[in-house]
Design a protein around this ligand. Structure first.
Ligand SMILES: O=C(O)CCC(=O)C(=O)O
Ligand SMILES: [Fe+2]
Length: 318
């Protein structure tokens, strides 16, 4: 398996269009990487360069809008789940100091007659940038497709039916989050842009981690920088998948640090897609993951109950 810097690199084309042997090899590589590191860089992920470039362009345009316009897209009742969240609102679980970021979140669009459509608040349209919503929508569907293939590989690795996750992620509660870490204008009180945390969801697909700053905590408790090539996306395990697998797959702690002083004047952008299932999905540990050596570590809970608990802990939900 090729290693660029700290995380293994996998080729999704081996799974989606490969022969049976390449597909099986991909499943092994991904599964082992998620047991050991919790993060991989994925090449041939299926989302076009052109779409990613457009996504970046509109994200950058949005964050350069005047503050009062951005704030008109902030809807506190939605706990940051749709639209804009201003600088300094979110903090990591267990930390009081807010992260040095502002962000915009885009959620699911239900296009069939699934009653779950009524559970999701509508997305927030940005009037100043007409192409913003259609681009976010296309990117959202692209990440769902890549994420679904990766979860099929994980299902096989875990001894589940290949399509086990499909039913839970169709019309799931995933979030596409565009983050802007603004330039640093004065000596910061800490070296951290986004404090250490684990993601809440099943898996996270991240474009833009190629800009320096993202670090993961390795088994020896060292912070290791994550870098990926521009054509790769970084995909990590979140707490929901860790919980479902009774800690077999690792939701690895990560953070974003400030750049060196000569880069303070630059913004950092990153666009994670937090792949969430439908709220009804049980996260009860899989039987195959509970053994004498690994006794049951968590109480049964649904994805919806778990999300609610976590949004309160990070200050987005009151
Ligand atoms: O900005 C990044 O590269 C990562 C952000 C992140 O970890 C998160 O929003 O959960
Ligand atoms: Fe994260």
């Amino acid at each position: 398996m090729a290693i660029t810097h700290s995380i293994p690199v996998v080729d999704l084309a081996a799974f989606t269009s490969g022969d049976a042997a390449s597909k099986a090899a991909f499943v092994e590589q991904l599964g082992k990487a998620y047991e050991e590191v919790g993060f991989v860089a994925v090449k041939n992920h299926g989302i076009s360069d052109d779409l990613i470039a457009k996504l970046y362009k509109y994200v950058q345009l949005f964050f350069t809008l005047p503050s009062d316009i951005k704030r008109s897209y902030e809807i506190p009742e939605l706990a940051g789940q749709r639209g804009y969240t201003s600088f300094g609102k979110e903090h990591a679980k267990g930390y009081d100091a807010p992260d040095l970021k502002e962000f915009f979140q885009f959620g699911q669009t239900v296009e069939d007659d699934d009653p779950i459509g009524a559970e999701y608040p509508p997305n927030v349209a940005v009037k100043e940038i007409p192409a913003f919503t259609p681009t976010f929508f296309d990117a959202y569907r692209g990440f769902e497709t890549s994420g679904k293939a990766l979860l099929q590989a994980i299902a096989i690795y875990l001894g589940l039916d290949e399509y086990y996750f499909d039913q839970f992620i169709h019309n799931g509660n995933s979030i596409l989050r565009a983050i802007h870490y603004p330039p640093i204008t004065e000596e910061p009180s800490s070296a951290i842009r986004a404090e250490q945390h684990e993601d809440i969801n099943l898996i996270t697909l991240l474009v833009g981690a190629s800009a320096d700053g993202l670090q993961i905590l390795d088994k020896q408790n060292n912070w290791v920088p994550v870098t990926s090539l521009p054509e790769q996306i970084v995909v990590n395990v979140g707490d929901m998948l860790q919980r479902l697998t009774n800690n077999r797959l690792k939701s690895t702690t990560h953070r974003v640090v400030n750049p060196p002083r000569e880069m303070w004047h630059t913004s950092r952008y990153s666009i994670p897609f937090f792949l969430h299932p439908k709220s009804e999905m049980p996260l009860n540990a899989l039987e195959s993951c509970v053994t004498a050596e690994h006794p049951l570590a968590y109480e049964p809970i649904t994805a919806g109950e778990y999300l609610d608990e976590r949004l309160r802990e990070i200050g987005l939900k009151k």
